[in-house]
Design a protein around this ligand. Structure first.
Ligand SMILES: Cc1cc2nc3c(=O)[nH]c(=O)nc-3n(C[C@H](O)[C@H](O)[C@H](O)COP(=O)(O)OP(=O)(O)OC[C@H]3O[C@@H](n4cnc5c(N)ncnc54)[C@H](O)[C@@H]3O)c2cc1C
Length: 497
């Protein structure tokens, strides 16, 4: 399965899109089979300029240490931690893969893209305090969450998050949890490191400012990939034995164009986001945590408000948000026609059903879009009572496209997770959706390998275990392995827990 990329325009693997997903898949494949010819096509002038860019996402290494939406309350008053366990398990896989790259010297320093920042949940009001206490009680018994602390003591909270507690009005019950194993990840920097790694060896063609316009099956299990040169408008066609559509918000269009039956009936619902950013060193120095609160009624799960310490290119800043919005674009640098162009006969029913059944979400988005700067500042002051307008600037985040799928009962449902779509007998895979997102790039790409390279897995297995020692096993069911993996990755990645 090898070919010379420069002599013929046939590649073993074509990666579409220059984000964290393509970069991770390329890096995994390169480790598993160094002889593969791989080409990457990205429509912008550099990699990591869309959702994977450092300031276009919140950089939370999602492991359910602080995100309350992963632990819903059951009707009987107990807390369901199954989703939290899955999210944490997935992040442990990413931690292992990154550790392997650091241990083998392929990434010089984990500080290039990853920093230990405690993860906290913070709530107010008696009902929420009660929920957080139950959540903590359920999680702290689990080996993946060992090390979590809970408090209702304001003195302790002042130590954990002085900026949040400063000048806070008295009289409200408060509670917080704190975990030292939290991380802030610059997924843009990681994407660059992985692409540099690929580019440092022969057999990798990086084609920036190249937009993939069409995907056509050749009839013998391969794909013709039609590419347009963005500057100059030239056109090219290359052939691929395997195509990965890692085009972020652009993936739905390309999967639809590929004609694979697996993409039929799927629609997309774009949700844009904005953050308030603070770079004033006096304010930034008073906060060292990612503090997640509770979502407001009707808000989609990814709109949970949070105040984050960010470390981008060695500099610390604060991020608050996200404020959701609505735009018909599927990419931050996309077209207003993206949404209308995605509507097809096969998905219009599901899309209409979702519009009909999600009125609270629609109301929430309208309310978010109508917000004034004063409203945004008010939401920020729930977290930072002393916030001054002049310290915070509004920035536009990446665009998310939530997946809409057909549903036998409801006609269509809106999903907030990530969906791997594969077709063509495993010759094409694409990624839709955005949550838990970049944090789970490594386990998601392992799923792509399992579904599209099943025949090669037996010979790759030993190498996969070297890169991800827990491969094929569940950390949540093996406390000793869990402790071993956490310790090894803590050391390799210079983390705190
Ligand atoms: C507001 C916000 C906050 C988030 N917060 C977090 C977080 O805290 N933690 C977390 O883990 N995840 C988070 N995410 C999710 C995370 O950012 C994404 O899951 C991840 O970056 C997606 O990576 P990707 O490679 O699939 O897509 P992207 O990074 O969007 O890359 C897509 C690439 O495809 C290219 N492309 C598109 N169409 C074409 C085409 N036709 N031809 C060639 N190239 C094309 C684009 O130019 C781009 O290079 C957040 C996302 C948003 C929007």
């Amino acid at each position: 399965m090898t070919s010379n990329p420069s002599s013929a325009s046939t590649y073993d693997v074509v990666l579409i899109g220059g984000g964290i997903m393509s970069a991770t898949l390329g890096a995994l494949l390169r480790q598993l089979e160094p002889g593969l010819s791989i080409a990457l096509f990205g429509r912008l002038d550099d990699v990591a300029l869309e959702s994977s860019n450092g300031w276009n996402n919140a950089g939370t290494g999602h492991s359910a240490l602080c995100e309350l939406n992963y632990t819903p309350l059951r009707p009987d008053g107990t807390v369901d931690i199954s989703k939290a366990v899955n999210v944490n398990e997935a992040f442990q896989v990413s931690r292992q893969f990154w550790s392997y790259l650091v241990e083998t010297g392929q990434i010089a320093s984990p500080r290039d893209f990853l920093n230990p920042i405690p993860h906290m949940s913070f709530v107010w009001g008696a009902e929420n305090v009660d929920f957080l206490r139950r959540r903590y009680a359920a999680l702290q018994q689990h080996p993946l969450f060992e090390g979590m602390s809970f408090t209702t003591d304001e003195g302790q909270m002042r130590q954990w998050m002085p900026l949040v507690m400063q000048d806070r009005a008295p009289g409200q019950p408060l509670a917080a949890t704190w975990h030292p194993a939290g991380t802030d990840v610059n997924f843009g920097a990681l994407t660059h490191r992985l692409i540099d790694l690929l580019a440092s060896k022969p057999g990798f063609d990086l084609n920036l400012a190249h937009e993939v316009e069409n995907l056509t099956p050749t009839g013998d299990g391969q794909w013709d990939v039609a590419v347009r040169t963005v500057h100059g408008g030239g056109e090219r066609k290359v052939r691929a034995k395997f195509v990965f559509v890692g085009a972020g918000g652009g993936a739905l269009h390309l999967l639809q164009k590929s004609g694979i039956p697996e993409a039929r009936g799927i629609g997309g619902f774009p949700v844009s986001g904005q953050f308030l950013r603070c770079t004033n060193p006096d304010v930034v120095s008073q906060h060292h945590a990612k503090v997640y609160g509770k979502a407001s009624v009707g808000a989609p799960p990814m709109s949970v408000p949070h105040l984050d310490t960010r470390v981008i290119d060695g500099k610390q800043g604060l991020l608050f948000g996200p404020y959701a919005g609505f735009s018909t674009k599927f990419l931050k640098q996309g077209s207003w026609l993206d949404l209308p162009r995605s509507i097809r006969m096969d998905n219009i029913g599901a899309m209409m059903a979702v519009a009909r059944d999600n009125m609270p979400l629609t109301r929430y988005l309208i309310q978010q879009v109508m917000q004034s700067n004063e409203d945004r500042l008010k939401a920020l002051r729930d977290f930072v009572p002393t916030a001054r307008k002049e310290d915070w600037e509004l920035i536009t985040a990446g665009q998310r496209v939530q997946v809409i799928k057909k549903d036998a009962k409801k006609g269509g449902v809106l999903q907030f997770g990530t969906e791997v779509v594969t077709g063509g007998g495993g010759s094409i895979a694409g990624l839709l959706g955005a949550s838990p997102g970049a944090s789970t790039a490594a386990p998601i790409m392992l799923t792509v390998l399992q579904r599209c390279f099943a025949d090669r897995l037996p010979q790759w297995e030993a190498r996969l275990r070297e890169m991800v020692p827990s491969y094929g096993r569940k950390l949540g069911q093996d406390a000793a392995l869990c402790a071993q993996v956490r310790e090894r990755t803590r050391t390799a990645l210079q983390l705190d827990g």
